[in-house]
Design a protein around this ligand. Structure first.
Ligand code: NDP
Length: 503
């Protein structure tokens, strides 16, 4: 793998098409910024419709090539497993690349790189377990069965917050099934997808099966989502962009899998150990500087313990260390881009104007060493109300609003009073209450006495404006394969073509 922080620094990198790096046709490059200094550190290719077309053609050719098409499922599974092993072998370089690109903590990126190979292994194992069915039809001497086959070239648009982790969740099953792909990473974190494309070739996966075309969403992403050669889109990102992509895809009658934003409710009842719940809420919102789709950004606390909970939350939040993402003792690093920082500042400001109280945070850190980067202090806004604009919009930053509730019915109404429905969490010792919450909350995931406990073995995704389609578990194998119905008449009889045969 040649793409590392050292080789990229101060250099230029092209698209990865048909097994090799290629320069953009128009010769245009764009800078990638280091979020800790706000300075550019390498340049990536700015793809246009011609580059996208070359990538889709390459993926289409690979799809039809017997080297991939006629490979047995077991052999394909071995290659997918090998790719995971190579990620593990290059885990440190990949972690450093992502950390430098998106400012996330090195310790989190290292943990992700150690988890990703297991995910490849899991889906590699499924490659030869994807079965069709035999259908007992109402006809004699007839065999009717379903085949499961690849759907074709899959277009994948991934966000900057955990690029390889997000990519793996759909790339691994897509490859295990026999699809080919064109990936468009975010312009804010491009490098790791390109490095992975190199490993794909090293793993022995044929050239053209995985292509990466880089550039911004409005140009490169838009061209990809209008291309008639794509069979399905996977999109992870904001709800507004999801809407645009679904619109483009509809023009070609192509389905999508949408993993969109969230404004997830995190509920605390008075029967719990407050310290444990505080830790859960802190990890639910401040991990990754709040830049996670499942962030528990609306915290509802049962009225009798509200004051005590806010006090404990503030005390714990003061101990969250903001610092350089490469430092081992850092708890939260910078936001990934300047626009994110502006968005956080905007929503904290609007929250205060609408009557919320900054209980802790609410500003950039005062430390001189962090002054140039896009850092923001972890922030608790108390006396929040669900109708305040920061409680309605996804901020994607380290800001939680906390408000009291008096009854279970009121809490469920508040939790569901949002256009989103991605994740949810509840802290209570009452199992009946927890199960009522699980039944009634409108969210794709429910965490009980835990939060952010995700697993690639279980299907997850959103409801309402948080998207549709599922990743994880066997469910994702169905999402990226297609059923074909085959009917065989083995009666040997010569049928009169104009007699309708009922049996
Ligand atoms: P965006 O929607 O802006 O971007 C996501 C991806 O879409 C990027 O690759 C981006 O490219 C691309 N894109 C942007 N505009 C277009 C377009 N018109 N056509 C095609 N592609 C486009 O999201 P953010 O970058 O702001 O990412 C954060 C969002 O992602 C949050 O809302 C978060 O909730 C969501 N998210 C959801 C997850 C989930 O699993 N549900 C997981 C992680 C994040 P570029 O960046 O180059 O412009």
């Amino acid at each position: 793998m040649k793409t590392t922080v050292q080789t990229l620094q101060g250099s230029r990198i092209g698209h990865f098409i048909d097994g090799a790096f290629v320069a953009p046709r128009a010769g245009v490059y764009a800078p990638s910024y280091d979020p800790t200094t706000a300075e550019p550190w390498y340049e990536f290719a700015q793809g246009d419709a011609g580059d996208v077309d070359a990538a889709v053609r390459s993926a289409k050719a690979a799809l039809l090539d017997p080297a991939w098409r006629r490979m047995t499922q077991t052999d394909r599974g071995k290659l997918v497993r090998r790719l995971g092993e190579l990620v593990l072998a290059h885990a440190e370089d990949l972690a450093q690349l992502e950390c430098r690109d998106n400012g996330k903590l090195i310790k989190e990126m290292r943990a992700q790189m150690r988890a990703i190979p297991d995910s490849y292994g899991y889906f590699a194992g499924m490659a030869d377990k994807l079965q069709g069915d035999t259908i007992p039809v109402n006809k004699l001497d007839t065999l009717n069965f379903n085949l499961r086959e690849p759907i074709g070239v899959v277009g994948m648009i991934i966000p900057w917050n955990s690029p390889l982790m997000m990519l793996t969740g759909t790339l691994a099953p897509c490859l295990a099934i026999g699809n080919t792909v064109v990936v468009k990473p975010s312009e804010h974190a491009t490098a790791s997808a390109l490095a992975l494309a190199e490993l794909v070739i090293e793993a022995g996966i044929p050239a053209g099966v995985v292509n990466v075309v880089t550039g911004d969403g409005a140009t490169t992403g838009d061209a990809l989502t209008r291309h008639p050669g794509i069979a399905k889109y996977v999109f992870t990102g904001s709800t507004d962009t999801g809407r645009k992509i679904a619109g483009n895809a509809a023009g070609n009658l192509v389905p999508c899998q949408m993993e969109l934003g969230g404004k997830s409710p995190h509920v605390v009842f008075s029967d719990v150990d407050i310290e444990r719940a505080v830790n859960g809420v802190v990890s639910g919102i401040f991990a990754a500087a709040g830049q996670t789709c499942v962030a528990g950004s609306r915290c509802f606390v049962e009225a009798p313990v509200y004051e005590r909970f806010v006090e404990a939350l503030v005390e714990r939040t003061r101990r969250v260390k903001v610092g350089h993402p490469l430092a081992e003792d850092t708890d939260i690093g910078p936001l990934a881009l300047a626009a994110q920082l502006e968005k956080v500042e905007h929503f904290v400001g609007s929250g205060v104007r609408e009557g919320a109280r900054v209980a802790v945070g609410g500003r950039k850190p005062q430390d001189e060493a962090l002054a140039r980067g896009w850092y923001y202090e972890p922030t608790v806004l108390a006396e929040a109300r669900n109708e305040m604009s920061f409680m309605r919009h996804e901020i994607f930053g380290p800001v939680v609003g906390v408000m009291p509730f008096s009854s279970e019915d009121e809490m469920i109404a508040l939790a569901n009073d949002t256009e989103y429905g991605l994740a949810s969490g509840i802290w209570t010792r009452d199992i009946d209450r927890a199960m009522r919450f699980a039944r009634n909350v409108e969210a794709g995931t429910v965490w009980i006495n835990t939060y952010r406990s995700a697993a690639f073995m279980s299907a997850n995704g959103g409801t309402k404006k948080s998207g549709y389609g599922r990743r994880g578990g066997f469910e994702v194998m169905r999402e990226f394969s297609r059923l074909k119905n085959v009917v065989i008449d083995y009666s040997g009889a010569m049928q009169d073509p104009f007699v309708i045969r009922l049996r």
